[in-house]
Design a protein around this ligand. Structure first.
Ligand code: ATP
Ligand code: MG
Length: 435
């Protein structure tokens, strides 16, 4: 055997461990999100992390940052015929949800309102708010064409932000745009290419390359040197026909009626090619260039493009890490979860009896932490106090011999110390729960 000490391994760059107490903030946020999603009748969907690479190339678009630069794509091991599948870690989940809905013929009878949580993977330069494995909560409403559903998902996102304690205007703002139909985009495209050609000397490498393949994408640039040129570019909004304008105005009328504020950003195009009509982003000024906490829009062509029966759809993806960073930045913090009680055990002899009693309490809904191993009463009480529990349950040998436990309040409003029978734990559990 080698004498050399093995070096500990480290997590992959840009991929983070989420450990306590931080993980409690994640659970808190996820619970808040689920509560809102359920009130709108959205149902949970879980799809694989790995999908055929072609799904994302076809879905997201070949000339996008994600597919060109950011995707973790690889070749699987060859099967017995020497065939290897091209696979990718999902960089987003809409394409996977659409694939699943088509594969299982789920849009046969009616539309579906779905939500998901999960990790996504993009090979970006890691920095605050930008990781290689990050997490999204997303919603997809499939099979609905009207502006009411666009408005519904926006209302849902807006409610979530407000219920988390974030303030519109101070902490976030909503930007809205309409990308029209493919025909309208074609008309705009010609004008846009002319504009880009007239400013070709300004364009960066990405801009030059995309000018003819995906000119709209050039407007998505974050390059400061290109902002004036992009702002002066022909606006897609000016190329919209009646139907697109009616849809856009339909969404706006609902948001206006509901008092949801937004600004129209004619340059908002989103980083994926599948969008049409409504697109939107929630942006914060608090996270630098990682300011988009949530983005989404309508993607009426995607289901057909991925081989399904044509059906309209709309959705959004919200970045969990960025939401948590924003909440931290503005001082919104969930109360740390604390157990109802902490079990102090002076002697190991009584452990079987103690653990049976704790099971009865847990069965009655009480959260109770057992002090691990043997240590002095003083140190056990210190741990009990630090746990934040309202009560210590003290399983002294004398009490145990009589089938009793001492219930000792640790905080102000806990009342007097009392002795309770172990056999009827379920009956007095309520006083621990109500502390
Ligand atoms: P950005 O412009 O910041 O790169 P994006 O347009 O690529 O964002 P989307 O594809 O719309 O992002 O993903 C939806 C949300 O997921 C974003 O609004 C953001 O909150 C989050 N997100 C995207 N990429 C990352 C990442 N690499 N790390 C952390 N969160 C991310
Ligand atoms: Mg991106």
């Amino acid at each position: 055997m080698s004498e050399k000490k093995l070096q500990p391994l480290q997590a992959v760059k840009g991929m983070n461990d989420i450990l306590p107490p931080e993980s409690a903030r994640w659970e808190w946020l996820e619970a808040k999100m689920r509560s809102v999603l359920q009130r709108y009748g959205y149902q949970n969907v879980r799809t694989p992390i790995v999908e055929p690479t072609a799904l994302f190339v076809r879905g997201i678009g070949e000339v996008t940052d994600i597919v060109e630069k950011e995707m973790y794509a690889f070749e699987d091991r060859a099967d017995k015929h020497g065939q290897a599948e091209h696979l990718a870690l999902r960089p987003e989940m809409t394409a996977g949800v659409v694939r699943a809905m088509t594969e299982h013929n789920f849009l046969r009878d009616s539309g579906r309102r779905l939500y998901y949580f999960g990790p996504m993977f993009r090979r970006e330069k890691p920095q605050k708010g930008r990781y290689r494995q990050f997490h999204q909560m997303g919603v997809e409403a499939l099979g609905f064409a009207g502006p009411d559903v666009d408005a519904e998902v926006i209302l849902m996102g807006s409610r979530l932000l407000r219920e988390l304690g974030l303030v519109d205007g101070d902490h976030f703002r909503l930007e809205l745009n309409c990308l029209g139909s493919p025909d309208e985009r074609r008309a705009h495209r010609e004008a846009l290419i002319k504009h880009l050609e007239a400013h070709v000397e300004l364009l960066d490498e990405d801009g030059k390359r995309r000018m003819h393949t995906n000119p709209l994408r050039v407007l998505d640039t974050k390059n400061p040197a290109l902002q004036d040129m992009a702002n002066a570019a022909p606006k897609l909004l000016d190329f919209l026909g009646e139907a697109s304008l009616a849809h856009f105005n339909g969404v706006r009328a609902i948001l206006d009626a509901a008092g949801v504020k937004y600004t129209i950003n004619p340059r908002l195009v989103r980083g994926l090619d599948y969008y049409n009509l409504t697109v939107f982003e929630w942006i914060t000024e608090k996270l630098g260039s990682q300011g988009t906490v949530c983005g989404g829009g309508r993607y009426d062509g995607l289901i057909e493009q991925l081989g399904g029966k044509p059906a309209p759809a709309v959705g959004f993806g919200m970045g969990i890490e960025r939401m948590l960073l924003l909440l931290e930045e503005v001082g919104v913090a969930p109360a740390a979860p604390v157990p109802h009680a902490y079990a102090v055990v002076p002697s190991a002899n009584g452990l079987p009896q103690v653990m049976v009693a704790l099971e009865a309490l847990r069965g009655a809904g009480v959260s109770v932490v057992l002090h691990p191993g043997q240590s002095s009463m003083k140190s056990q009480f210190k741990k009990a106090d630090a746990s934040g529990a309202a009560y210590a349950l003290v399983f002294g040998e004398d009490e145990l011999a009589q089938g009793l436990v001492a219930v000792k309040p640790l905080r102000g409003q806990g009342g007097e110390q009392a002795t309770r029978p172990l056999a009827t734990a379920a009956e007095w559990a309520a006083e621990l729960l109500n502390a």
